[in-house]
Design a protein around this ligand. Sequence first.
Ligand SMILES: Nc1ncnc2c1ncn2[C@@H]1O[C@H](COP(=O)(O)OP(=O)(O)OP(=O)(O)O)[C@@H](O)[C@H]1O
Ligand SMILES: [Mg+2]
Length: 365
Amino acid sequence: MNCWKIKKLQPQNFRNLGNQVFDFVPGINCIFGQNGNGKTNLLEAVYLLTNKKSFRKNTAFPQMINIEGGSPEIIIQSAFEDEDKKELLAYSLRLHDDYEERFLNNVPEKSKTPTSSVFINPFDSYSFHTSSTFRRHWMDSHLSLMDSDYRKTLGKFQKSMRFRNSVLGIGGKTASNQLKAIDEQVAEYSAIITDKRHQFIQGLNEQITSTFKAVFAEEHFLKLDLDSVFTHWDAKKIFDFYRHQESTDLKAHLTQVGVHRDDFIFSFDGLNAFEFCSLGQQKMAFLSLIFAYIELFRYKFTSYPIVLIDDVSGELDSQRWKNLISYLETKKFQVLITTANENFGKELERIPNSKKFLIAHGTLA
Ligand SMILES: Nc1ncnc2c1ncn2[C@@H]1O[C@H](COP(=O)(O)OP(=O)(O)OP(=O)(O)O)[C@@H](O)[C@H]1O
Ligand SMILES: [Mg+2]
């Protein structure tokens, strides 16, 4: 297994970024610049290249193509390097309104990317602690990145569930027969999804307390639990449940119970983190969760993802910044970290062997 790190990136017509080459180091890359100059756009370009979608919500080609460019396509060219094996590969993306092409060493490649990346942003901690929909989405997208079978099963489940809800919406005499057939599929997918979510949470739990200590030098016991009706149920039991639910769901015109309503509970020293933690503690817990995920990723793929950190300085005090930076320095993953905060910037400036970039109006200054 190769451990690819991004070495060069050349975006063209992507948001406000100029057509230039960014040369990254395999360790920590610090990206400075004032608000609205293109720091997050640079992280987005790397994410789009490696994860095949943006991390921004409701974002597609029309939002990403440079509004002033006049060109019909976005091109992102890149080079990745495996330092240990001394290997290089070229990877590029051409994005149009209605299709995209990707090339690995100039050969068309539809599915594989050289590596994946994980995006950490300041607002996610708040959303994570306040919204169960966000938590479920977080769980689904991060587990999908590690497990393509999960991603496929989830896609099939969502399709079946949409169909189920449309049948429930129409109702009528034939609904019952149709629902029986749909429920067999829904039950099969639900059993797989619940099982994989439990395994995922167990894997995160094995890492998260020690990760918190490694990052913030404090002892706290962190734990995730899956809040799901179908825990330890097999497909047959789930199918029977849905058969039993039929009349209630028909009345409501909606599937009221299922893995699409699952949540997870995050506890901090035995207390519900969503209710008891301060904003700073919530952020520390959330960051520890992501770094635990990154360790789990490495455990599975024997290589780290690229870690994209978008100005996380708010709410953390300076000691915690220092702890976080020391943690990043000890790790073997590649980091692209941005900030517009001058004080946090000064801490980043001190990191030995890191590379500094200053972005102004989408261009390297
Ligand atoms: N499609 C586009 N074409 C051209 N410019 C765009 C496009 N989409 C966004 N922008 C511009 O990119 C800039 C925002 O860039 P970005 O979000 O990377 O800023 P930032 O440096 O991360 O700022 P902050 O420190 O506030 O987070 C904005 O000025 C915005 O108008
Ligand atoms: Mg930004």
